[in-house]
Design a protein around this ligand. Sequence first.
Ligand SMILES: Nc1ncnc2c1ncn2[C@@H]1O[C@H](COP(=O)(O)OP(=O)(O)OP(=O)(O)O)[C@@H](O)[C@H]1O
Ligand SMILES: O=C(O)c1ccc[n+]([C@@H]2O[C@H](COP(=O)([O-])O)[C@@H](O)[C@H]2O)c1
Length: 201
Amino acid sequence: MRAGLPIALPGMRVGLLGGSFDPAHEGHVHITEMALRRFRLDRVWWLVTPGNPLKAHGPAPLAERIAQARRIVHDPHVEITGIEAQLGTRMTRDTLAALQGLYPRVRFVWLMGADNMVQFDRWDSWREIAARVPIGVIARPGWRMPARFSRAARMLWRDRQPETQAGQLADMVPPAWALINVPLNKQSSSAIRKRLQRTKT
Ligand SMILES: Nc1ncnc2c1ncn2[C@@H]1O[C@H](COP(=O)(O)OP(=O)(O)OP(=O)(O)O)[C@@H](O)[C@H]1O
Ligand SMILES: O=C(O)c1ccc[n+]([C@@H]2O[C@H](COP(=O)([O-])O)[C@@H](O)[C@H]2O)c1
């Protein structure tokens, strides 16, 4: 195992929550706890990205975002990582390929909020991502229906699992995905950034 990377035992179910976390907020903590419980995961690793390939504006420095995320997460089952910077990957497809090479016996599940499902078909090699790992989608206010009827969801409709099967998602052979309904949380990093900007001016 490469120095500095998280430890995972063979057979562990690890959820990967990729994000800008600019800044991390209670919504991230909430969906992480929901994902741990409903997808029956052993761990969730936050992958704090050096920068979302689809977002034009660069986020705050990685070290700052990681330090702030660590201040708000207290669950020992959750690890805040800068894995993509460590591995030198930016595209999710490349990150997953690298992680699956490094942890061949770990069962990874890609996690994302429903808003990301709506633009998933614009991600690099998104069909390959869906073929590599099961995907757990978590409800977000205003995005449940758009996610359900998104282009990616339509193209992967055969692979959609009923919510009642969410606990088995990590054991399924991909492509497989499930959308879980959870108590909604309105927090968003862009709203926080806007508020901070207003207080500065
Ligand atoms: N309140 C929330 N409910 C559900 N999912 C969320 C919520 N906040 C963030 N997520 C999900 O967490 C992951 C990381 O999100 P990200 O760091 O982009 O935060 P964000 O609040 O969505 O940021 P921004 O407002 O800048 O887009 C994404 O998959 C996103 O969909
Ligand atoms: O690989 C891609 O093409 C790709 C395109 C858009 C977003 N992503 C990933 O999606 C995750 C969520 O990003 P964000 O900025 O919405 O928090 C984060 O891990 C990004 O690297 C990945």
